[in-house]
Design a protein around this ligand. Sequence first.
Ligand SMILES: NC(=O)c1ccc[n+]([C@@H]2O[C@H](COP(=O)([O-])OP(=O)(O)OC[C@H]3O[C@@H](n4cnc5c(N)ncnc54)[C@H](OP(=O)(O)O)[C@@H]3O)[C@@H](O)[C@H]2O)c1
Length: 260
Amino acid sequence: MEIRMDGRNALITGGSKGLGKAIATRFFTSGANVALVARGRQDLNAARQEIAQLGGGKVVAIAADIRSADGCDRAIAEAEGQLGTLDILVNNAGTSQRGPFLEVSDALWQDDLDLKLFASIRLCRRVIPAMRAQRWGRIINVLNVGAKMPDAEGAPTAVSRAAGMALMKILAHEGAAHNVLVNGMLVGKIRSDQWERRHQQDPRGLSLEDWYAEAGKDLPMGRLGLPEEFANVACMLASDAGSYINGAAINVDGGLCKVV
Ligand SMILES: NC(=O)c1ccc[n+]([C@@H]2O[C@H](COP(=O)([O-])OP(=O)(O)OC[C@H]3O[C@@H](n4cnc5c(N)ncnc54)[C@H](OP(=O)(O)O)[C@@H]3O)[C@@H](O)[C@H]2O)c1
């Protein structure tokens, strides 16, 4: 099924790398205009160039730290200024922060909640009124399987993700009558810049492919997912093809999560 998103305006947080960049690329090649938001200007510019050369609409890069209300406001204002009303918001920016509960400081809890929960709250609050007014909107919260299946040493991230899943559900109920559809995508293990940074820190000196092969050998499908496989699902949810999917927390994990 070919999915088109012609003329839609999408903002993707964490759009400079990994899953966010794959989503932005997929949306763009399906006809959407995309605004990439992240902190690092260099990576943003590189991603913007890489995507823009695929032709089509507009790609804008916005440097903002979305852990603050000010950063969220600026990201939306700049995206709206350059693209117009936003039809699609993907709350994707995140980092992996987990450890033994007794070692997680207040500062770490706050940082994780600011990035993974409060940024979504603030960005959703900014985009929903215009989406309601035009009776078309799509919001995707990128979460991880810890939201459904928290385990030992899963704090703070699993808690932030569970809260993000509850937020998604509330917004889906409130948005349904306005055709503002809100869903969650729960990541298992998917290749991204995050994993490549871990590879670089591994002292064993394995090639990236060998390292990925080892990292994936105990997963249900024997491998990590590919960012394009993740982006395909996001594209469906964010387009007219997903017009009756609302309030779903979809595992994109090759069967890793034991909870449906
Ligand atoms: N890949 C996986 O296997 C996996 C597993 C579980 C969950 N996830 C979740 O999936 C999402 C994407 O992960 P990924 O693997 O693609 O990560 P990634 O490759 O590290 O990319 C993260 C993106 O988020 C941006 N970002 C981080 N902090 C930010 C901030 N404060 N303000 C604005 N942008 C910020 C980063 O850019 P800057 O650093 O330049 O700001 C980057 O563009 C994250 O929420 C992650 O937690 C991924």
